[in-house]
Design a protein around this ligand. Sequence first.
Ligand SMILES: [Zn+2]
Length: 438
Amino acid sequence: MAKQIILAPLALLPGSPTPEPASIEVDLSTRLITNVRRGLHLESKHDYSEVVYIEEGRVLLPGLVDCHVHLNQPGRTAWEGFETGSTAAISGGVTTVIDMPLNSIPPTTTVQGLEVKREEARRIGVKTDLGFWGGIIPGNQAELVPMLTAGVKGFKCFLIESGVDEFPCVQEADLVQACDALKMDVHAHPPDVADPSHYRTFVDSRPPAWEISALELVLKIARQYPQLRFHIVHLSAAGAVPLIRKARADGVTNLTVETCFHYLCLKAEDIPHNATQFKCCPPIRDEANRKQLIDALLDGTIDYVVSDHSPCVPELKKGDFLTAWGGVSGLGLGLSLLWTELGEKVGLSRVVTWLAEAQARQVGLEGKKGVLAVGAAADYVVFDPAAKFEVSQDSLRFKNKVSPYVGMTLRGVVEQTYLGGQLAWDGTQALKSTGILL
Ligand SMILES: [Zn+2]
């Protein structure tokens, strides 16, 4: 048996608030962790085909999960792709990516569409493990159960226009039909004008009330279908938070909520005129809103944080805030962003819970991903929590290097990422593609 042991002076083990020394054994044939022991133990090197020594000062983390990524292949491969997107992910310690059902052509709204994407991913090869969300659009109800059977992790729909023609939004009646058979995830961003170079103009064109009314609809349906699970994607309006708190207090337990790195780390006041790399939907709001979202994350109202990496070609980001494509690119930067923003306040364990364990649970991979424990995938990250780096275009690994984070100095560097026990990111480049489709 090809056996690996990792000797880490500091490792973040489940249930432990702070990193501690650990020895972790991996069966390289199954790609799984087979033993976790507290302390550093190596009785005989000959028992192992590989010994991985983690340097002092580095922390061994579980591989991260990003449940909200648009890889756009096939169909809009100029915007992103399996290879570049998964390279960006692995460079930031993300070993599991869940791809959103829209912006590729075909979209993932039929079993056939899912198979086309999987075929393409297999052909290209991926640097991370990769799963897929399905989509609900008007009229595709008959595809939903077959898509679930074929392995999608849940479903996303839009309650306003999505931005692309092949993924139309649904009405309440469509949603009710879909719910009759399904567990599903609901895209709660509600329907999508002054001086369009001013960011304020764009923010005002997408008021928080839209998100709140979408949330109200989702809550209504969640109450009607207690056996299904509902999920709010990319929550941006802090005004929705009291509704979520109240619903939970009233006993609604089938609702989860995500927000994105850009809503926690960026604020409207800082966005220059025509800086369309900041444009996303829903929009980045003001500082008071940002602080309330952070409070909601800290008190558990928001369950986890995703990238919503949604790139396009640079030409589509030209122009003003009303004409440019709405989507922020930041795949792979999440750990450093959140560690910089909240690390001192909450510590590494909570940050990693939001970025790994909570998202693994969301897609049915609890205990299998996002945790350094026996039986979990041998995905792990060597993280230097003290090192700093400046985000530059050269440091970005995704295809189109247009990002609001360029120029920011972040704390915490991913030095290596291992996928299934194999080195997949060595600090400067992604190694061979060993990702599997989930
Ligand atoms: Zn999205």
